[in-house]
Design a protein around this ligand. Structure first.
Ligand code: GDP
Ligand code: MG
Length: 620
């Protein structure tokens, strides 16, 4: 909402502009007034809308035309004052003042105008008959009011209307000519309805209405009031109420009613609470709260609360309860966004089901990825979903944990992070993408049906370390880089992938390692991909095994995704474990107890899977 309101009074001499201002301030009619009142500022706490308000007088006798023009362009709302007993002053409203105001204001951002008929104490009849046609003709006229500076009639009302016209303009909400709500307003209210419809059944039931009422107006609706509202809707619109709850149609009708009855501040309160600005766009402060600072060597993760919220968003849209989002369900979920945020590459970044629909786990993984790579975007997305409102948080930023500096993790030899980044290097054709896709449970046959343009350079899923769920984020680094960016270098673990069946493949890994990672503390792992094919001798001075020994790396890990079932996931658990324990020396890594602990963790998880059955069968 605006920081302050500037009200300008114009009109013919002697209609009572100065008297109106003086009457407001002193609460009595001044017998003698100057030509022009000094500009006064009413402090926020004594105005009805709690916004500092400046009131500016105009006097032809004291001011030039230039000064008048400048005041008009500075004003947020203009009161054109006429005297009800003075025909000429009424005529001048349309012949002089409205055109003058239009000449001095932007076509796009017209200031609201209020017509003020002063000296109502002097006449019996009302000037409304003359004024109403004028009101209908000029849409910039917000309202009209008759008052008397002498009797103090309608004086505070006049200034209240003026304030309201600025703070809660009808312009963006309603088209008076067509007697209809404007499209942008319908769109915004529809989004608000969808966010508030917590169970996504297309109806706001009493619970949801009460929550809505509480978030917007800080007070629940008395049950009788709730019934009254529903009855009004029932009487006026077919299908406005359904199963004793409000439908979208009914919800929109209520707001049209508010607006038509001059209670548009109600609609504005709702819109603003849900993050909209005066142009009915979501406010930048709402989408991008500034409170979040991410120092270097820190990462961004979603906290428990945010995952709970995202779970509820998923559940709300997984209507058939198959734990995956069909294209229709996904479209419905993103209906509250101004654009579709996820492209087809997301399906190749996270786990999907047999129909290639994003699973529950995949859904949370993608959010985790966005939070990690681009926290601003994540905040924006959470804003569209109404996170801060539904979760009753100060801002979207409450969803984010900024992890502590990695250097402290290293010192303390432990980490509180739950997302670890693994950068994958390897010559082209070495099997990097296969390694990424295998993490999503896809074997080679399954990978081959993915079109090249929908491929992703990221893959993210969970791995269990000591029974704890962690996210591992794999990133494939483009092999033909000139220089490595900081993010390519800064990761928790590096994978060097070579094609065990191609004699020229290993050299690349050795080169990247020596050039970039030999002298860093980042743990590295060598992957001998395509282990289903015939292994050949690598054309390099050392064999991969010798190379790993020399540089105190674990031995190369044989890997294949050319499997009948889903590829084996052990390697990813190993990588996550190494990423979590960068302080563990290579000597520790070689010791069997370390890996035993790791594999115990893996087994705990495997209890749930088929792997365990196989182990049991073998033992028999
Ligand atoms: P301005 O030139 O528009 O600022 O008008 P003034 O405030 O100077 O008022 C012009 C004259 O109208 C003064 O003599 C006021 O006392 C008188 N006047 C202003 N308001 C009223 C009103 O509400 N009723 C009556 N009867 N006289 C008024
Ligand atoms: Mg005056």
């Amino acid at each position: 909402m605006r920081k302050d309101v500037r009200i300008l009074l114009v009109g013919e001499p002697k209609v009572g502009k100065t008297s109106l201002i003086m009457s407001l301030v002193s609460e009595e009619f001044p017998q003698v007034v100057p030509y022009r009142a000094e500009e006064i500022t009413i402090p926020a706490d004594v105005t009805p809308e709690r916004v500092p308000t400046h009131i500016v007088d105009y006097s032809e006798a004291e001011q030039t035309d230039e000064q008048l023009s400048s005041e008009i362009s500075k004003a947020n709302v203009i009161c054109i004052v006429y005297a009800v007993n003075n025909k000429k002053s009424i005529e001048k409203v349309t012949s002089h003042w409205i055109p003058l105001i239009n000449d001095n204001t932007d076509k796009d951002s017209r200031v609201p105008v209020i017509l003020v008929g002063n000296k109502s104490d002097l006449v019996e009849h009302s000037s409304m008959e003359t004024i109403l046609p004028v009101m209908n003709q000029y849409t910039e006229i917000e309202t009209c009011v008759e008052c008397s500076a002498k009797n103090l009639k309608n004086i505070s009302e006049l200034f209240y209307y003026a304030q309201k016209a600025v703070l809660h303009p009808t312009g963006p909400l309603y088209c008076p000519e067509e007697k209809q709500m404007k499209l942008a307003c319908i769109k915004a209210l529809t989004r608000i309805f969808k966010v508030s419809d917590l169970d996504n059944d297309g109806i706001l039931n009493d619970n949801e209405l009460n929550f809505f009422q509480r978030t917007c107006f800080n007070a629940p609706l008395a049950s009788q009031a709730l019934e009254d509202v529903k009855n009004v809707v029932r009487k006026n619109v077919i299908d406005g109420v359904c199963d004793n709850g409000l439908t979208l149609k009914g919800f929109l009708f209520l707001h049209i009613l508010f607006i038509q009855r001059g209670r548009h501040e109600t609609t504005w309160t709702v819109l603003r609470r849900f993050g909209y600005d005066d142009d009915l766009e979501l406010h930048q402060d709402y989408l991008f709260p500034l409170t979040l600072k991410v120092p270097p060597d820190c990462t961004t993760e979603l906290n428990h609360n945010a995952y709970l919220f995202l779970q509820s968003v998923f559940d709300k849209h997984d209507k058939d309860r198959d734990c995956a989002l069909s294209p229709e369900e996904l479209k419905d979920l993103f209906d509250v966004f101004p654009y579709m945020p996820w492209g087809p590459d997301v399906n190749n970044t996270v786990c999907t089901n047999d129909q290639d629909w994003i699973t529950y786990q995949g859904f949370l993984s993608q959010w985790t990825l966005t939070t990690y790579l681009d926290v601003q975007r994540c905040l924006e997305y959470l804003g569209y979903l109404g996170y801060s409102i539904i979760s009753e948080q100060e801002s979207q930023a409450a969803a984010i944990t900024v992890t502590r500096d990695k250097k402290i993790d290293l010192q303390k030899k432990q980490t509180q992070r739950s997302v670890f980044r693994c950068n994958i290097f390897g010559d082209s054709g070495s099997g990097k993408s296969g390694f990424l896709q295998a993490f999503l449970g896809r074997n080679l046959t399954r990978q081959n049906i993915v079109s090249e343009e929908h491929m992703s350079y990221y893959a993210i899923s969970t791995a269990y370390v000591y029974g704890q769920e962690k996210y591992l984020l794999l990133h494939e680094v483009f092999p033909d880089f000139d220089v490595l960016s900081d993010t390519d270098l800064a990761c928790d673990i590096v994978c060097l992938v070579y094609d065990a069946s191609n004699p020229h493949s290993f050299e690349y890994c050795a080169r990247v390692f020596k050039q970039y990672f030999m002298d860093t503390k980042t743990p590295c792992m060598m992957i001998a991909a395509k282990s289903d094919l015939q292994e050949t001798k690598q054309l390099y001075a050392l064999t991969p095994l010798e190379f790993c020994r020399k540089h105190k790396m674990p031995p190369p890990q044989a890997f294949t995704c050319n499997t009948a079932d889903a590829p084996c996931k052990d390697i990813y658990t190993k990588l996550t474990t190494m990423a979590m324990h960068p302080h563990v020396t290579q000597a520790d890594l070689k010791s069997s107890t370390f890996w035993l602990r790791v594999s115990v963790g893996a087994t705990v998880f495997a209890v749930l899977g088929f792997a365990m059955y196989r182990v049991l069968l073998k033992q028999r």
